[in-house]
Design a protein around this ligand. Structure first.
Ligand code: ADP
Length: 493
């Protein structure tokens, strides 16, 4: 028997276009929109960061709320409301001490040291706002460690005699590499009872681990691709959480992220200098030349242009790139356009790379929505050699833009990119397995030789990649099924 799901609250640290660090923001923007189209009343709660352009997004003050935390702490927070693209209502929690800062998780000085407190407040506010505003969701859908505590609060603070006592929780792990580990003395702030500070729940070698607590308390757990689900159940891929996840296998599902093609399609993308489609690719040549000129690359239509858009973190295979790109730029006929920000030594590497290969390599350090679309449109290949990749969105965007992904066979990259078969001409990109410099180098060289020696195959791969459909509908239906199972799980406790 499947439960009819009508009301869901998303709890999240990021949501595009208001606040974005990575793919999570795109998912949390697109999935509610699709679910609402399917008739489900989805709302979103997130912090009001000072970086959010309130006026531009029509965000308005809408009262306040009193949030109760451990040790009798009470915080009065402001509540702001707005509507996201697709008409999704969003509540923004305004607490200047925690959220009026330049970054979401941290700034140039590193991660904010009080993140456990900041996101505990968000997680508790989610419950309070539902009660204050009489929106009683059947499910709270929690995104990554910053929202994981809502699962705990639903089963501790709101266990009985609460309008939320039957509300189920679904925890989505977008990136298990970030678990929210903080000094153990943050625990008192959560107000959930000392008995939960044990190694099965919160405790992780003396620290609190928020994602681990969420895994223990959520009614269902998902991750963002079927392959990554298997990976996180292994000791290596679980990054310390495999035993706890394994004990919840029955309640776990891998659901591939979708793409919002209203924002990511070369036919309609307003951020491209020219639009194009699989039937008429002329605009792609304009995009390439514009990108080359914009970034100071030689305007050479004949050279294959490789793009990278990435958080500059070890997970993304930046060390592999650092060991491979200098040789690739020296030995192979190619150009490179990079957009990224993150760890300072990686940023320095790309600055140095540009300096050594002017006209052939351009590296823009920073975050730019506009340039990210220009690279998707203007590049010929997209490089994503991730060590692990829960889903990955850029390779999926790239396919739609006819920009062939060159990826490592891991997680969602494996589930979305079909490797080129030279005999049949089938495929949508180029894949390699090993995390070695030579595997990456040889795959870049393979793409380059295909560009020069088999241009018809490149056209064919492009057409095939552009025809792949990763729209949200199928994945949203899978989420509705998971929500239904979570509600049943909650009812049987
Ligand atoms: P992750 O969430 O691990 O960072 P994904 O591939 O799932 O990786 O999603 C990354 C998202 O963030 C994409 O929408 C990508 O375009 C965007 N992105 C990453 N770095 C930048 C940047 N420096 N500027 C603009 N967009 C970026």
């Amino acid at each position: 028997m499947s439960t009819d799901i009508q009301r869901v609250l998303f709890v999240t640290p990021e949501c595009a276009p208001l606040a974005k660090v990575g793919g999570l923001a795109d998912v949390v923007a697109a999935l509610p929109k699709t679910l609402r189209r399917m008739g489900c009343d989805v709302r979103v709660v997130m912090p009001l960061y000072s970086s959010i352009a309130r006026q531009r997004h029509g965000i308005q003050v809408d009262g306040s709320a009193c949030i109760h935390l451990g040790g009798g702490v009470e915080h009065w927070v402001g509540v702001h409301t707005g509507r996201l693209d697709g008409d999704v209502p969003v509540w923004l929690v305004d607490f200047a001490d925690y959220f009026a800062r330049p970054g979401i998780y941290g700034d140039s000085g590193g991660e904010y040291r009080d993140n456990a407190f900041r996101f505990a407040l968000l997680s508790k506010a989610a419950l309070q706002l539902c009660k204050d505003r009489a929106f009683l969701p059947q499910v709270m859908h929690l995104h990554d460690w910053p929202a994981a505590l809502s699962a705990v609060f639903l089963k501790t603070w709101d266990r009985i005699a609460s309008p939320l006592s039957t509300c189920a929780s679904v925890l989505t792990i977008h990136n298990i590499g970030y678990q929210g580990k903080y000094p153990g003395d943050a625990f008192g702030y959560f107000g959930v009872g000392q008995e939960h500070f044990n190694s099965e729940t919160f405790e992780d070698y003396g620290q609190v681990n928020l994602l681990k607590a969420g895994v223990r308390f959520a009614d269902a757990i998902t991750t963002v691709s079927p392959t990554h689900l298997h990976e996180i159940l292994s000791p290596e891929g679980g990054l310390g959480l495999a035993p706890y996840l394994t004990s919840r296998t029955q309640e776990m599902t891998g659901i591939l992220n979708g793409v919002d093609y209203e924002h990511w399609s070369p036919e309609v993308d307003p951020l491209l200098p020219a639009r194009y489609s699989a039937h008429d690719m002329q605009g792609k040549a304009v995009c390439k030349e514009t990108l080359q000129r914009y970034l100071g690359l030689e305007p050479r239509p004949d050279l294959p242009l490789f793009g990278i858009i990435s958080r500059l973190a070890p997970q993304k295979g930046i060390d592999l790139l650092a060991r491979t790109l200098p040789a690739a730029l020296t030995n192979l006929e190619l150009q490179l356009a990079v957009l990224g920000n993150g760890e300072p030594e990686y940023e320095d590497f790309f600055r140095w790379l540009q300096w050594g290969h002017r006209g052939r390599a351009a590296c823009h350090i920073g975050f730019s929505e506009e340039l990210s679309h220009m690279i998707e449109g203007g590049a010929d290949f997209f490089l994503m050699p991730s060590l692990y990749e829960p889903c990955g969105l850029n390779q999926i965007y790239s396919m739609r833009y006819g920009t062939l992904p060159v990826v490592r066979t891991t997680g969602g990259l494996k589930d979305t990119v079909e490797s080129y078969d030279q005999d049949s001409g089938e495929g949508t990109g180029f894949r390699f397995d090993d995390t070695t410099d030579s595997a990456l180098y040889n795959t870049i060289a393979w793409a380059v030789s295909t560009w020069f020696e088999r241009p018809d195959d490149i056209q064919r791969l492009r057409r095939q990649a552009m025809a792949r459909d990763f729209s949200w509908d199928a994945s949203a239906r899978q989420y509705l099924e998971v929500y239904g199972r979570a509600v049943e799980h909650r009812a049987h406790l």
